[in-house]
Design a protein around this ligand. Structure first.
Ligand code: TXA
Ligand code: MG
Length: 339
């Protein structure tokens, strides 16, 4: 891959960023969930560059980001009532809705599927950039397989020399990616838990099925409802092992496995009781903080070159389900259950 100069931009430079997008370039932008690597969603050649820059498999489709609900009509061929309710209630925000696509969506965006994923982010910088350019196709702005970036430094570490520009918009509020729900099937199906919780979705539209692959490894010979489910994700170089147990059993287990290169991904309450180095993601009952800190914690595990990281299993209530889903994927579904 040819190294290019990556411009570092600020929130005041959205004109420059919009020009880069119009010229078919790639700009990393902050969103309230994680940073996105954006290109003009209606320019297939520009979108193709996203896959090259990330090393992303071409069969993994991208989310199209819009800046008003009205933008959706030209992108989808059907906008059913339940989707309208969700859009009214949760947009702008951390929700991605999958719908049948219209003809103007390039194949590069939908990866050959008949559907398209749409999201209306709330971050004001993302909003400005989309308004000034076009609907933007954007996956998370990390190298394929590594944890999603939640600040501009994370993006720089993965993408410097591979993309045209990075807009520094500080830390992402939510810290895990958007919730992905498909309304192309009935009943609606949750494909990825995220910033908007399952409980919120069910309160708004009633029944929502949780796709089996949210909590379990994809079964052999089944087609993934969401191609992203097939790929190993969020994985730092360390071997992550999820421990399902009480707090006491977690502490005892990790302390008896104390060795060189062993660390714990844990909660604030655990730190003083552990004899191994710890990376805390917050209090055990503070799910928002856990989501906010998780990806930085996984990146820090790499910086410290830990070999084995025991992770204390999070609660799956609220946004905790998203934290659990990311950790169990980072662990490649390697779980130890202590009775
Ligand atoms: O919060 C987010 O959603 C961030 C920010 C930048 O908006 N974006 C993000 O994109 O996480 P990405 O590409 O890293 O994850 C999108 C997921 C992938 O697992 C992909 O397979 C799935 O959504 N997806 C996209 N289009 C789809 C479609 N038409 N049908 C099923 N799954 C789809
Ligand atoms: Mg991603």
């Amino acid at each position: 891959m040819i190294k290019m100069k990556t411009l570092m931009l600020t929130a005041n430079d959205t004109d420059i960023a919009a020009q880069i997008i119009k010229n078919g370039g790639l700009v990393a932008m902050p969103t309230e969930t994680v940073y996105g690597l954006s290109a003009d969603a209606l320019n297939g050649k520009a979108v193709e560059k996203i896959f090259k820059a990330k090393g992303r498999p071409m069969d993994n489709p991208l989310i199209v980001h819009i800046a008003s609900i009205d933008d959706i009509y030209k992108l989808v061929s059907d906008f059913p009532q339940k989707a309208q309710i969700l859009a009214e209630k949760f947009w702008p925000g951390a929700l991605t809705i999958i719908l049948p696509k219209s003809d103007i969506i390039p194949d590069e965006v939908s990866a050959g599927l008949s559907t398209v994923a749409i999201r209306f982010p709330s971050n004001p910088i993302a909003h400005k950039l989309i308004k000034k350019s076009s609907p933007l196709a954007a996956p998370s702005a990390n190298l394929s397989g590594s944890p999603s970036p939640t600040n501009a430094k994370h993006v720089y570490d993965d993408m410097n020399g591979r993309i045209d520009a990075i807009i520094d918009g500080g830390e992402c509020e939510v810290g895990v990616e958007s919730t992905v729900i498909t309304l192309a099937t009935n009943p609606p199906r949750l494909l990825r838990p995220g910033g908007i919780t399952l409980e919120q979705l069910q309160n708004a539209i009633g029944e929502v099925i949780v796709d089996d692959a949210v909590l379990n490894p994809l079964k052999k010979n089944t087609v993934a409802s969401s191609p992203g489910m097939k790929y190993k994700h969020y994985s730092p170089k360390a071997d992550i092992i999820l421990i399902k147990s009480s707090e006491k059993d977690f502490i005892d287990y990790v302390n008896t496995h104390n060795a060189d290169g062993v660390a714990a991904l844990c909660y604030d309450e655990d730190i003083s009781k552990l004899t191994v180095p710890s990376i805390s993601i917050g209090n055990s009952d503070d799910y928002e903080t856990q989501a906010h800190r998780l990806f930085t914690a996984l990146r820090n595990a790499d910086k410290k070159e830990y070999k084995t990281v025991y992770a204390h299993c999070p609660d799956t209530k609220g946004i905790g389900l998203a934290v659990y889903n990311r950790i169990i994927r980072a662990a490649g579904f390697e779980v130890i259950t202590l009775e």
